[in-house]
Design a binder for this molecule. Structure first.
Ligand code: CP3
Length: 336
């Protein structure tokens, strides 16, 4: 068993940073496309054998030090009462806009509502030789998709709800927080030693909006998870690290907008293990560039409490697979 990821999260000294990549299973990989040709994305997420198979692919093909459960952050919100599709970006055809819409949403019961996720975790922990990372969306990021009805450019609907109808917003956030606690705890209880919370859209907010209306729910979520390491990844959040520094989790995911040592200072020197932080677009360039940037990041990582090498956001479709393999090898060989 390769336990490097857990060792770093436990605060042990290690010879090199563990490496895994957000969205390491996906459309850039021919082996994923082979599976994906025969089923829709939702069918893939709901089929434990196939979901386990694509979870394994990056471990077997790239040699990364961790697996991440194959699913999507929106899978658990569908049974709460929204109509979900992917084209490939998520589309919710009955967006949540009013108190009545919020009131009809149910709290997720993972064993009843998403048994296929529990089943996938069980299948994976039987034969993986690396730790399995579970995950969820953060309440605010899930709320963005539910209220906007999909992705968004200006996030007018969610911000309008936050400011004009805080009661509906906070009830929605409460329901999502309780559901997410149950969802992540089910993944933990069935074998995930680490869970990552993706707050992809936190960065659309002002620091004050984040601190007053979002952070309290993230705090409740993190404080209620038992028996696992928690990684919190909020994209574009470097301008409000002083607020994030209050979270009681093991690790913070960092995007490429800030250097790791600077991030560490703002988060409270040595308080968290940091994960990141290469720009995924660098994987479209060339080996020399990839090597130089990887070296800089690994070097900065040496001054931290602990460092997990990753990208600053998910691998993009059309990323050259050779470059991804090269990057993983590089980190495993100590950037030689
Ligand atoms: O990291 C992994 O390998 C695990 C799988 C995973 C997926 N989505 C698979 C996926 C994870 C952890 C996610 C999280 C997710 N999903 C996030 C948070 C991380 C981030 O990227 O910010 C978000 C915002 C989503 C919502 C989502 N799902 C979007 C915006 C899209 C479309 C984007 C695109 O790639 O075109 C999806 C679809 C999706 N999720 C795909 C995959 C592999 C592509 C679906 C396909 O095969 O067609």
């Amino acid at each position: 068993m390769n336990n490097l990821l857990i060792d770093v999260l436990d605060g042990k000294k290690v010879d090199r940073p563990p490496v895994w990549l957000m969205r390491q299973a996906g459309r850039y990989m021919p082996e994923y496309m082979e599976v994906r040709r025969k089923v829709t994305f939702l069918e893939l997420c709901k089929n434990p054998e196939l979901a386990a198979k694509v979870t394994h692919q990056p471990v077997d093909i790239l040699g990364v030090d961790a697996a991440i459960l194959f699913s999507d952050i929106l899978i658990p919100v569908e049974p709460m009462g929204v109509k979900l599709d992917f084209d490939p970006a998520p589309v919710i055809s009955n967006p949540v806009r009013t108190q009545k819409d919020v009131d009809r949403l149910t709290i997720l019961e993972p064993y009843k509502d998403v048994p296929f996720v529990v089943e996938t975790v069980k299948l994976l922990v039987k034969d993986l030789n690396v730790p399995l990372i579970g995950f969820s969306g953060a309440p605010f990021t899930l709320a963005c998709y539910m209220v906007e009805g999909g992705g968004s450019k200006n996030f007018i609907e969610i911000k309008r709800m936050m400011h004009n109808d805080y009661k509906s917003f906070s009830t929605l956030m409460e329901k999502l927080t309780i559901s997410t606690i149950k969802y992540l705890q089910a993944q933990i209880d069935n074998g995930c030693p680490v869970v990552q919370i993706f707050d992809t859209w936190a960065g659309i907010l002002s620091p004050c909006e984040y601190a007053e209306m979002v952070l309290p729910f993230v705090n409740i979520l993190v404080d209620n998870l038992k028996n696992a390491h928690v990684v919190y990844f909020a994209k574009d959040s470097a301008t409000f690290y002083k607020y994030i520094s209050n979270l009681k989790c093991s690790c913070i995911g960092v995007d490429w907008k800030i250097e790791l040592d600077e991030a560490d200072m703002q988060l409270g020197t040595g308080k968290f293990v940091l994960q990141g932080n290469m720009d995924p677009v660098i994987l479209f360039t060339n080996r020399e560039k990839i090597m130089n940037i990887a070296k800089l990041i690994v070097d900065k990582g040496k001054s931290l409490k602990g460092h997990i090498f990753n990208l600053g956001h998910g691998i993009l479709p059309n990323t050259p697979v050779e470059n991804v393999k090269y990057l993983v090898e590089l980190i495993k060989n100590g950037c030689q």
